[in-house]
Write a protein that binds this ligand. Structure first.
Ligand code: NAD
Ligand code: DAU
Length: 356
């Protein structure tokens, strides 16, 4: 008999959000065994999990969700009874450069996890497949309105189309086979350990190195920002209390135009680096827009708040300041992850655009 009450397979647990989630679950639930499955692509890094490697309820397995034999073996070896699925190719710009890897990882990978779970679980008693998804599946908003759980899907980038497809597969396994599933669609996360190809850590890293700050288009695109720790508490809440077959939107109601956010980061960086006001803003460079750039995302998270009593804990001013402090205290991490494979990709994809 296992000493653990649940054996939870977390996929993508060495990435940005996954590493926060794994750390939180390992510390909060000593009676759950957390099996962290990650391929350690350029975006996955065991440094993100420092401090919990030796916890008795934690284990890391390097594996590829697109390899059905490996995944079947893991379900059997660890007697997995719950899945929290985060592994994905996650960067929109990369999906525009190379859509196929997004289709393989995000669609085929999710299908393989569902197939292996169904084979291993049999009658589905006391099982749950939690799929972590994005607000980008809903498409793009004009100046008004919000994304609700019943907003029609309208994905517009290869990334969001691959995530939408994976959401449909998860719902299909619920409808067809009765698999107990739950899905959440979350807005843009920020915080420590985010790979510096995404807007916030890219800007912080570039300011540190006095490089240009590339703002796509005119900078008026709007994103709805959520502290990564609040995404994790939302996942915890939904994992334990969400209803089978349901979808929950997660967001912090913190809309900012990209240029407003970049100004906020510049001003905070000037203050923290004790440099003259305006030094960082001078680095802002408007560059060619992202192809098919979605104008605005905004999540309505009323269902999660009302039905499951979740609330975000911090607002962007405080969260951005905490985030910047973390990157300033962890410049070695930034250097490690921006070297090697990432640099090679970066040069091939972006040539002379001096970003990092
Ligand atoms: P990330 O890119 O930081 O991490 C992804 C992780 O998946 C990495 O550790 C990578 O090594 C792993 N991975 C990739 N391919 C794999 C494969 N074939 N097999 C096993 N592991 C593989 O991503 P993130 O920002 O932490 O996002 C995690 C999840 O949350 C994704 O599903 C993403 O779509 C979703 N999401 C992200 C955000 C956001 O703002 N970052 C918002 C909403 C939803
Ligand atoms: O909405 C949730 C999604 O948020 C997640 O599903 C994705 O995994 C995650 O990467 C994120 O997608 P975005 O495309 O919104 O994030 P990104 O940080 O790449 O870009 C944020 C905004 O900033 C977007 O409007 C594009 C713009 N941008 C981005 C970069 C990297 C710039 O202006 N300059 C840049 O250099």
């Amino acid at each position: 008999m296992s000493a653990f009450t649940k054996n939870i397979l977390v996929t993508g647990g060495a990435g940005f959000i996954g590493s926060h989630l794994v750390r939180y679950f390992v510390n909060k639930y000593p009676d759950y065994k957390i099996i962290n499955l990650d391929l350690l692509t350029y975006a996955g890094n065991l440094e993100n999990l420092k401090g919990i490697e030796d916890a008795p309820n934690y284990e890391f397995v390097k594996a590829d969700i697109t390899n059905i034999d490996e995944i079947r073996n893991i379900f059997t070896s660890y007697n997995i009874d719950h899945v929290i699925h985060l592994a994905a190719e996650s960067h929109v710009d990369r999906s525009i450069e190379n859509p196929l890897s997004f289709i393989t990882t995000n669609i085929t990978g999710t299908a393989i996890l569902l197939i292996a779970a169904r084979e291993h679980w049999g009658d589905f008693k006391d099982k749950r497949f939690y799929h972590v998804s994005t607000d980008e599946v809903y498409g793009s908003l004009g100046a008004e309105g919000f994304f609700y759980e019943d907003t029609s899907y309208d994905p517009r980038s290869p990334y969001s189309a691959s995530k939408a497809s994976s959401d449909h597969l998860v719902r299909a396994f619920n409808h067809t086979y009765g698999m107990p599933v739950v899905i959440s669609n979350c807005s843009n996360n920020y915080g420590p350990y985010q790979f510096p190809e995404k807007l916030i850590p890219l800007m912080v890293n570039n300011i540190l190195h006095k490089k240009n700050l590339p703002v796509y288009g005119d900078g008026t695109n709007v994103r709805d920002w959520l502290w990564v720790g609040d995404h994790v508490t939302a996942i915890d809440t939904i994992f334990h209390n969400g209803k089978d077959g349901e979808t929950y939107n997660i967001g912090g109601e913190n809309e900012l135009q990209n240029i407003e956010l970049v100004h906020m980061l510049c001003d905070l960086m000037d203050e923290k680096l004790e440099q003259p006001v305006g030094s960082s803003r001078n680095l802002i460079t408007f560059v060619t827009d992202r192809l098919g750039h979605d104008a605005r995302y905004a999540i309505d998270a009323t269902k999660l708040k009302k039905e499951l009593n979740w609330e975000p804990s911090i607002q962007p001013n405080e969260g951005m300041s905490k985030t910047i402090d973390w990157y300033l205290d962890n410049t070695e991490w930034l250097e490690n992850v921006t070297s090697g494979k990432y640099q090679e990709y970066y040069e091939a994809a972006y040539g002379n655009r001096d970003l990092v």
